[in-house]
Design a protein around this ligand. Structure first.
Ligand SMILES: [Zn+2]
Length: 335
């Protein structure tokens, strides 16, 4: 096995847009708390509130490129965001809260090869799922991203075996949201369990359970132990520590740092989800000095990385993803 370059990767960064610069993205802020969250997000990124009216496409990408280039992170995996489909592959209109097309992240990957690694999103029930997967592989996709509970993906439906087998053959990992969700509406809560990922794991896909099954809301079920137990049966199951510098998920950092889980953890921020060290300070898992240093860091990609290091996540958690990406991605990053 070739040795991996010692690069630091943020493996979970969302791409948002409003289509104002031809991205093909859309964003719908239906509920009042979505609007509030959007304003908090913009402030965190240093963007004006007017970006919600127009201009978000360019402002968001400019801000993200700057953050990656000015941080200790070498590159970010940027995520497309799929629509919601029913079991028969029919589009469910007006359900999702945002959409980011595959072509846009693939294009950004080519425009900023030093910063971005593109991850595409394809609902396997789509009638054109196999063709779209081939097209994305051909165009340089490095990962697949889905939110099974929000996009209604029963990953263990036997009809999807061929889709997962092709993904495994392309050596593309599958980043799947697990646990509760706060910022995107949930369509089918039972797909929040990491157990829904059994079939892709059996088909040989390297699966990354985003958030390791941790709960986002008070009434969410906690699937952290389910995730940890599954890692014992599936050597190809990983989890990311993204979106966890938040009120409830921060409670579970300790389990991910335990001997049972730490070897499988991959670094991710979940930007633009707000990132604060305060929850860890309140839980006593970070020192007052560590908290001050993190909060003084305006660059959110860097702030998240610093908090994770202060909490005790090992250096390998930042580079582990490189071993799971298609051949050539790590080499390309090194150039
Ligand atoms: Zn996310």
């Amino acid at each position: 096995m070739t040795t991996l370059p010692n690069l630091r990767i943020d493996a979970h960064v969302h791409i948002l847009g409003d289509g104002s610069a031809g991205s093909g993205c859309w964003l719908k802020l239906q509920k009042p708390y979505h609007k509030l969250l959007a304003r908090i997000v913009l402030r965190g990124l240093g963007l004006p509130g007017s970006a919600l009216k127009s201009g978000l496409d360019a402002l968001y990408i400019d801000s993200l490129v700057k953050m990656v280039r000015e941080s200790s992170i070498d590159a970010a995996v940027i995520l497309a965001h799929e629509n919601v489909y029913d079991e028969n592959g029919k589009l469910v209109p007006n359900f999702g809260s945002f959409y980011t097309p595959n072509d846009y992240v693939l294009k950004l990957g080519k425009l900023y090869p030093d910063c971005f690694i593109p991850a595409v999103a394809i609902h396997p029930a789509r009638p054109d799922a196999m063709e779209e997967l081939e097209r994305c592989i051909e165009s340089g996709a490095a990962m697949l991203k889905l939110l099974p509970n929000c996009q209604n993906v029963n990953c263990s439906d036997k009809r999807f075996s061929k889709f997962w087998e092709r993904l495994a053959a392309a050596h593309m990992p599958f980043l799947a949201h697990t646990g509760g969700e706060l910022s995107v509406p949930v369509f089918n809560a039972k797909y929040a369990s990491p157990e829904v990922l059994t079939l892709p794991l059996e088909c040989g896909v390297n699966v990354i359970a985003a958030h390791c099954g941790t709960p986002a809301l008070l009434w969410d079920r906690n699937y952290t132990e389910t995730f940890i137990q599954m890692t014992k049966r599936h050597p190809n199951l990983y989890g990311d520590n993204s979106g966890m510098n938040t009120p409830l998920r921060s409670k579970h950092f300790g389990r991910l740092l335990s001997e049972e889980a730490s070897e499988r953890i991959i670094h991710g921020s979940d930007l633009p989800i707000p990132i604060s060290a305060t929850w860890n300070l309140l839980r006593g898992s970070i020192s007052a000095g560590g908290w001050r240093e993190a909060q003084a860091t305006r660059n959110l990609i860097e702030r998240d990385a610093r908090i994770k290091t202060a909490l005790g996540f090992e250096a390998r958690s930042f580079s582990r993803i490189l071993g799971l990406l298609p051949a050539g991605v790590a080499e390309r990053m090194r150039e």
